[in-house]
Design a protein around this ligand. Structure first.
Ligand code: NAG
Ligand code: NAG
Length: 808
């Protein structure tokens, strides 16, 4: 504590004011604190104070200071608050009097109260709020509240600070009353987008020791201004959309951001490209930025679209971006097949790889959707080849044959490689034109024709037919008889053929007995150029007719002469009298002969073997039987109708020749003639025997040849009726010979008048010839010769065994 004692000499001459004393104390001293030693200062002794009943007189105000008489000091009696006592007044002093009695004395005491820093600067409001537009200009001022500090002097308010100071600085301005105006000034632009809210602190500081301060918070809300343009997130958007997408498909969504808020941040989108096409295809939702397809897009028209999108906020600030829409190809086009050129006809002789059609294929789709492959049915002899891009040729793969297929439907199918694949097809009709490459073909490899003998000339026998696989003129077949000869005669004199129809006609009447078969060749030729031909063998078989009656070879029937068989009277039952030998030049059934006894002198005596023609006795010959027996035997063949011949057999039943003669004496006789006859007969017999043996050798060799031929014949399909001549038996060693050897000779002499005939027979049989004139016989011989006289054609008497050829 600082104590000052001021001694004032009385200025005013007051009798009772003896002196005055001053003290100085700080405020807020504790009660009882000594202010000053007043006794000492006034030069009073403590006894005087007591005797004088010293007391403090304040004039009725609060007694802050008290007197301690014992110690002679003044003390703080009440708490002294300078601010309450004086406010802002300076100096601040307490004035009171010290009064003494006995004698009355008055002393003036002044106590100056000095300030201590016992008050902090303070604001009325602890916070203040501002709303400042971000567009506020630099230098804008904002009034702040002043702080209050009751202390004075150094202890009073000294300064303010504002923190932070990024945007605002504090400005203090002296005012007329000596106080200060507190303002903050914008020194850096505000940006709501960076910092919307700010909080600052204003601090007021006094100058006391220790220093004291008070604070106030300042809250600033930065108000938005449309100072930001909207901005697209990307400078370029890419989108893909399949072609043929339905209307309403969302293509892409663009988005722009505006950092402003509220209406300043509201944006709307629009397509700014002015192309009409684009606006017909796409629309943008102005609020969401979604681009929507509203038209039809076709990859084949445009595979990409570009558009500019603009965004505008309510303040008119804008941005733009680009959107590229790529159209994805869809396999929506099937391949187009164009026929560049085509042939309607192609010759069957065309070599492989002949081009028949040229196609051009295109598919407007892209990539695999537009890659096309063409195929044709592989069962047809064509193939498809690709040449230049998109060009195909259809060529023949192998040689063609019109006869197999005269027309082709070539179905070309082209498919692309899209998924799913699309295809289209076209059918081409190709005609194959004919080339004469097929010869006529006969229906059979060989023909056999049958004709019954004795046909009328010109009759049609048979038809050959050949077909030609070619077409039209190339298939027109004509038939030609090929030159050959049959038995030295040109075949054309036997048969002719109708060129158009293939009908074979017999030119002449055939005789089975002369010719049994022959063969010739027929050629079939087509009308092509050059013509092609083929030939076939036709074997003509002549069939037998029963046109020849049986001919009786033995006994020889002469007109006038009588030949008789002799039967001794002693003959037993079954005695073989003779055998009727007959032949039939026909064959088969027509030559199958049977014998019957037609008439007889005595029917009970003889019988005829129906098969073999043997005449035998059927009872013992008796003496009563007439010498001259006459039998009429009928020989019939088995043909339809059957033909027959009758033979008269004379039988003489006698033991001796004279007996016979007498019986047959009615025949005219001449002795000399008989002598002559006997000579001639012997001569003739010798000659005939020689000829016969010669003939026999020839016949046997011919027969063997024939037999071989006939075996071949029997193996063919001719119906064969087995025919066995009379008395034929297989049990005999020699196949096909008779049990008895029958010989017959035919004789002809140059002199008909002198001629005579003898028909001899082997064995023990007697032969009786009684014919005075041979003329009748000769005539018959003559006619027989004409039958037998076929040159180089031995007469077949029968099929088996009994064959002879007579040449005179
Ligand atoms: C080809 O097609 C036509 C018409 O469709 C038809 O008449 C003809 O028979 C067909 N030809 C072949 C060989 O399939
Ligand atoms: C008949 O055809 C045969 C082949 O079948 C042939 O060898 C022959 O030469 C032909 N004859 C004629 C005369 O054309």
């Amino acid at each position: 504590m600082k104590r000052q004692v001021l001694l004032f000499l009385p200025v005013l001459c007051l009798s009772y004011v003896l002196g005055q004393v001053s003290y100085s104390i700080p405020e807020e001293m504790v009660k009882g604190s000594v202010v000053g030693s007043i006794a000492h200062d006034l030069g009073l002794d403590l006894k005087r104070l007591k005797s004088g009943k010293a007391r403090v007189y304040t004039g009725g105000s609060v007694e802050y200071i008290g007197l301690n008489k014992e110690r002679g000091v003044v003390l703080v009696h009440e708490r002294i608050d300078r601010e309450a006592l004086c406010g802002e007044m300076t100096p601040c002093a307490l004035h009171f009097q010290l009064i003494l009695e006995n004698p009355m004395e008055l002393f003036r005491v002044t106590v100056e109260i000095t300030d201590i820093n016992d008050n902090t600067p303070s604001f009325t409001n602890t916070e203040k709020r501002f709303e400042i537009s971000e567009s506020a200009v630099i230098g804008s001022k904002f009034i702040l509240e002043k702080a209050v500090d009751s202390d004075i002097g150094r202890n009073g308010l000294q300064q303010y600070t504002l923190t932070p100071t990024d945007h605002f600085v504090l400005k203090l301005e002296n005012q007329a009353d000596g106080s200060k105006k507190v303002e903050m000034v914008l020194q850096k632009p505000l940006d709501r987008e960076k910092q919307e809210y700010m909080s600052l602190q204003l601090t007021a500081i006094d100058g006391g020791e220790p220093q004291m301060s008070g604070t106030m918070r300042i809250f600033i809300n930065v108000l938005d201004v449309n100072d930001n343009a909207p901005a697209f997130a990307k400078p370029l958007y890419r989108a893909k959309i399949p072609e043929n997408s339905p209307k309403g498909t969302s293509v892409a969504t663009v988005s722009a951001s505006d950092r402003d808020i509220g209406s300043n941040g509201e944006v709307s989108y629009l397509i700014s490209t002015s192309k009409r096409l684009l606006s017909e295809l796409f629309k943008i939702n102005p609020r969401t930025g979604e681009i929507i397809l509203v038209g039809e897009i076709d990859y084949e028209k445009a595979n990409s679209y570009q558009m500019d999108i603009e965004v505008v906020d309510s303040g008119g600030l804008s941005d733009s971006t680009k959107v590229i829409v790529d159209v994805i190809d869809i396999n929506d086009n099937s391949p187009h097949i164009n026929i560049v050129s085509k042939s309607e006809f192609i010759s069957e002789a065309s070599p492989p790889n002949t081009v028949i059609t040229m196609l051009s294929i295109n598919d407007p789709d892209s990539e695999n959707n537009g890659k096309v492959e063409c195929n044709i049915d592989d069962t047809i002899p064509f193939k498809i080849q690709t040449t230049l891009n998109g060009f195909y040729t259809i060529v023949t793969e192998v040689a063609l044959d019109r006869e197999r297929a005269s027309e082709y439907n070539i179905s070309v199918t082209c498919s692309d490689e899209g998924v799913p694949s699309l295809s289209s097809s076209v059918t081409l009709t190709l005609q194959i034109s004919d080339v004469n490459d097929n010869e006529p073909v006969f229906e059979r490899s060989s023909y056999e024709a049958y004709i019954v003998e004795n046909n009328t000339p010109g009759v049609s026998v048979f038809t050959v037919r050949a077909t030609d696989a070619d077409w039209n003129q190339n298939a027109r077949v004509s038939y030609i008889l090929e030159d050959s000869s049959v038995n030295g005669v040109p075949v054309s004199s036997y048969v002719s053929i109708s060129a158009d129809s293939g009908v074979i006609h017999a030119v002449r009447s055939f005789d089975y007995e002369q010719i049994k078969d022959f063969q010739f060749r027929v050629k079939a030729q087509d009308g092509g150029s050059p013509p092609l031909s083929s030939n076939v063998t036709v074997k003509m078989m002549i069939q037998d007719q029963n046109d020849n009656p049986p001919q009786v070879l033995y006994p020889v029937q002469t007109g006038g002469s009588v030949v008789a068989e002799m039967v001794p009277r002693s003959a037993d039952v079954g005695y073989l009298v003779t055998k009727v030998v007959a032949v039939d030049v026909d064959s088969g059934q027509n030559a199958w002969l049977s014998y019957k006894l037609q008439k007889a002198t005595d029917r009970a005596l003889f019988e005829v073997g129906s098969q073999n023609g043997e005449i035998r006795t059927i009872r013992q010959v008796s003496d009563k039987d007439a010498v001259k027996q006459r039998l009429s035997v009928i020989v019939e063949d088995n043909g339809q109708p059957s033909r027959s011949a009758t033979v008269i057999v004379n039988v003489a039943v006698a033991d001796s020749f004279p007996e016979v003669l007498s019986e047959f004496s009615d025949f005219p006789h001449d002795k000399e003639y008989n002598d002559n006859l006997t000579f001639y007969l012997v001569l003739a017999l010798a000659v005939v025997s020689f000829l016969f043996i010669t003939c026999l050798v020839v016949i046997i060799s011919v027969k063997i040849y024939r037999w071989r031929q006939s075996r071949i014949l029997y193996h063919s399909n001719l119906p064969v009726i087995p025919y066995y001549p009379p008395r034929y038996s297989d049990t005999l060693g020699t196949t096909g010979t008779l049990q008895h050897v029958y010989n017959y000779e035919v004789c002809r002499t140059t002199d008909s008048r002198k001629s005579d005939c003898k028909f001899g027979r082997g064995g023990s049989q007697n032969v009786l010839i009684m014919d005075p004139s041979c003329s009748g016989t000769m005539q018959r011989m003559q006619s027989e010769k004409s039958i037998l006289d076929e040159p180089d054609s031995p007469l077949e008497v029968s099929n088996l065994g009994f064959k002879s050829r007579v040449t005179c």
